[in-house]
Design a protein around this ligand. Sequence first.
Ligand code: GCU
Length: 414
Amino acid sequence: MNRTPVLRSLLLGLLVASPGVAREAKEYDADVHYEESDLPHYDLPPVLVAASGKRVVTAEEWHSVRRPEILSLFSHLVYGRVPEPARAIETEFEVVQTDPQFMEGRGTRKDVKIHFRNEQGEISMHVLVFVPNGVERPVPAFLKHSFNNTQSKDFDASATRPGRLRNGWPLGEMFERGYGFCAVYHQDLVGHNEVGFLKGIHRLFYPEGQSFPKAHEWGVLSACAWGAMRAMDYLGLDEDIDHKRVAIMGHSKMGKAALWTAAQDERIALAISAQSGCAGAALWRRKSGETLKKMVTRFPYWLCRNAWKFVEQEDDLPVDQHMLLACIAPRPVYVHSSVDDTWADSRGEYLSAFHASEVYELLGKKGLASEASPKVGEPIIQSDVGYHIREGGHSVELYDWRRFMDFADYHFKR
Ligand code: GCU
């Protein structure tokens, strides 16, 4: 396979393996743009003009022409397409364990395994499902693309903080507000900074003679998105979860994965991206904070190899990230940023949501009205495109979870 060996080994030399490490980049990257006045001029590709040059003016044209066109561009040039497996893959869902008295009886926890098998190998992923007790089921739920291993103690109930999981997440509040909570772990099917693609899910897909994804084939984020879609397959069968009211959520790298999952999979009713930044909600063309070059230097295969061709050539990309958000329309999307998270380009995240709003409005939904970002403490909830920015850095705080639940309440409970 063509692995572009020189570039590959150069990139490998520069890997930073753990999430958040590149957050320190501000200190060592003198060329990072943070000031609005330093940003280049750019023109966004028009979301509502089809490849034919024809303007998209109806919902029908959006759904049948433009959205598929945009998804195909993201697949082939940005995240990488999941190929048809050379040999059929058998999928099995197994409920491994059920705890009906989780968190002192407030909820039920199910540990589910999804097994994938064919002649080329076998691999499984885990889906954790928590549902509140004492309420009518099925319940709406959050599905989190998680950095925490779903098989670790991170998902036990906290012994010291009532209503919290050990990883700090406010499961008790979700229960009180009538939500279930599900999680998938990002490394079940593919490594965090995978460079080999021989051990995980990819190996079940290769035809004879292939041992590495082609330039347009799936990188890490596409593999994470594929896994979440398989979790949706399971949730469609789980009678405790209302699979028509599943909100996907992810932070940072997993926020990127959450948006890409929701853009492709219309079963997902609502999407939340927390500080997803570069390759998430932020616009490529602003080149603010983390850029395409910085991302593929540290994490070469989060995207597909075709994306490398646009390093320092972002203006040649036929898409920008507002078009990814637009592919979620008319389903509600929520973007969360924070003031100090300059690496994720908060302003670029907002602008992306603002420019995606054109499509929401075409589809009769409410988008963001103002090009100006809202102030801290002024979350935009009652809209199909929601947003908040808070003080502080790169994390998901209780304040953020509450806004996500407010947004879900607004859409799921009216
Ligand atoms: C790094 C990476 C970001 C990513 C972040 C994370 O900082 O450069 O793109 O969002 O890790 O996942 O925490």
